[in-house]
Every structure is written in structure tokens, then in C-alpha cells.
Design a binder for this molecule. Structure first.
Ligand SMILES: CC(C)(COP(=O)(O)OP(=O)(O)OC[C@H]1O[C@@H](n2cnc3c(N)ncnc32)[C@H](O)[C@@H]1OP(=O)(O)O)[C@@H](O)C(=O)NCCC(=O)NCCS
Length: 248
């Protein structure tokens, strides 16, 4: 289970996007909720995006009493890469690391893959739809820049074009994580994402990691089907709540 300490901070990315003062809080617990609320009130925060482990049901109930609304649930799964061997990929989809010159194609693919995405921003009816889409597209774009967010970016080729991207990060010497991935709508259902997960496992193992972590919204059935078939197991989950401080 995740043991990161609670954290609350102003989110300049969200503030620039939506034009409202926004804070984010992770790992909220019942004990820490008052200090998270104090932090927001002292800084005139209008929107708070807060996450708590689903096992912290007392914190979730306290947030409900404080007027927070549930926006999504994130599930995390992991797989031991040492005790369970990685199956061999069929090799039908060509997957390779990003190369200089691929950047524009990858940006196009990231934007196309996330155009119809639905996340916690969309679930909040007070947020502008167009800006919600832009938020996910820009998150996908930021995630495929090597160095900042990702330690490795893989791309998939089909009939001479890049049709998918997949980013990986090493969280610790033992743990690798799939950060974000997407496949253009015209190439979906062909096993591109499955190949990414298999190559991702190989990358983690090559870096010395013993296990790989993956996460998504609980409603994203496509990726969870792929993980389940490749031996990933449920690990922990987070609720995402929004609280508007300007509501009466
Ligand atoms: C999720 C995504 C990466 C899947 O890529 P993909 O290359 O189509 O995935 P695969 O072909 O390897 O396998 C997906 C499986 O889920 C199935 N599937 C797809 N959409 C589904 C849905 N809405 N409900 C149930 N199953 C679904 C596919 O049919 C396939 O199963 P099958 O082999 O039995 O046919 C792609 O749809 C995408 O880019 N979505 C938007 C971005 C996103 O969600 N990224 C991942 C989270 S960061």
C-alpha cells in the first residue's frame, strides 16, 4: 500500500488552465483533513482536488460532510517481474524507444489518444468541457517529454506511422511505473497497448526493478483487461474528490 505522507500545495497548472485558484492534496487522512482545509482557506483557494486511499473511509466520509464531491476512483495494480516470468510478445506490433525527430508525431498521437478521455475534471460539471480536454491532452504531452516525468518513452508503429506512445518511470531501484500511454482511435483493439505493457515490463526488469506499477480510472476497462491477462494484481486505490469553497 502507498505510504506517502499527506501533501497539500497550490496547483499553478490548474490555476492557469481554469482561471481559478486551485490546490491539490494527496493522501488525505481524517487527522490531516483540518490542516488541508486551513491551508486552502488561508490562501483563498476556490477549488481543492483531494485524494485519499479508499481504505481511509473515515476521511472520505468526513470530506463528504465538508461538501466534497466524488469525481473518480484510481486503481493501482502491480506485478512481480521476477517470480512470474514475462510472456513473449507476438512481435506483430513494432515497439521501440522514442528517437530524435519523433517528437511531433508523438505529440500528435498523445493529443489524438486523449481527445475523448473522461477524467475527474470532466466529472465536475462546473469545469469548462473544452478546458477539461485540454488538461488531459497537455498532461499526455508533458508526460512524453523524457527527463521531467518519464525515464523512457516507447512508441508503436503500424504501417509506417506512429500510432501509440507509452511512458515509463523508475520510482525506486525496485519499482518501475507506467505513467501514461495512448493509442490513436484508428489503431485500437489490435493489441498495441498489450505490447506496450509487455515491453514496459522488460524495460523495468532491465533497470533492475523487481516489480511494475500501473494505474488508471476504475472505469477504464480496456487497460484493466490487458493488465489482468498479463498477471497484474490489485494493490490499492484512491478516491478523487473536488471541493468548491465558493459554494454556500
Ligand atoms: C486504453 C487504450 C490505451 C487501449 O489501447 P489498445 O491498443 O486498443 O488496447 P489493446 O488492443 O491492447 O487491448 C484492449 C482490450 O480492451 C478491449 N476494450 C477496448 N475498449 C473497451 C471497453 N470500452 N470496454 C471493454 N473492453 C474494451 C479491447 O477490445 C481489447 O480486448 P480484446 O483483446 O479482448 O479485444 C486506448 O483505448 C487509449 O488510448 N485510450 C485513451 C487513453 C487511455 O485511456 N490511456 C490509458 C490510461 S493512461
Amino acid at each position: 500500500m502507498s505510504s506517502d505522507p499527506p501533501q497539500v500545495y497550490l496547483s499553478s497548472i490548474d490555476e492557469e488552465r481554469f482561471g481559478i485558484r486551485t490546490a491539490r492534496a494527496s493522501n488525505v487522512t481524517l487527522d490531516k483533513l483540518p490542516s488541508v482545509l486551513d491551508f486552502c482557506r488561508a490562501r483563498d483557494v476556490v477549488l481543492l482536488i483531494a485524494r485519499c486511499l479508499v481504505s481511509e473511509f473515515r476521511a472520505a466520509q468526513a470530506m463528504e460532510r465538508e461538501g466534497f464531491s466524488l469525481m473518480d476512483t484510481l486503481v493501482y495494480c502491480s506485478r512481480n517481474l521476477v517470480t512470474t516470468p514475462i510472456p513473449k510478445d507476438s512481435g506483430k506490433i513494432m515497439v521501440r524507444p522514442i528517437q530524435p525527430g519523433d517528437e511531433d508525431d508523438v505529440k500528435f498521437v498523445a493529443a489524438e489518444s486523449f481527445r475523448q478521455y473522461f477524467g475527474h475534471y470532466h466529472a465536475d460539471e462546473r469545469l469548462d468541457r473544452v478546458k477539461c480536454h485540454e488538461a488531459y491532452i497537455s498532461w499526455a504531452l508533458r508526460s512524453c517529454v523524457l527527463g521531467d516525468v518519464a525515464d523512457e518513452v516507447l512508441v508503436a508503429h503500424l504501417e509506417g506511422s506512429i500510432v501509440g506512445f507509452f511512458t515509463l518511470r523508475l520510482n525506486s531501484p525496485e519499482e518501475g511505473e507506467a505513467v501514461v500511454g495512448g493509442v490513436v482511435p484508428s489503431a485500437r483493439g489490435l493489441g498495441v497497448y498489450r505490447s506496450f505493457i509487455m515491453r514496459g515490463m522488460e524495460w523495468c526488469l532491465s533497470k533492475g526493478a523487481t516489480h511494475m506499477l500501473v494505474s488508471t480510472q476504475i472505469t477504464n476497462i480496456a487497460v484493466q483487461k490487458v493488465w489482468a491477462r498479463l498477471g497484474f494484481e490489485p494493490s490499492y486505490a484512491y478516491y478523487t474528490f473536488h471541493k468548491w469553497f465558493d459554494k454556500p
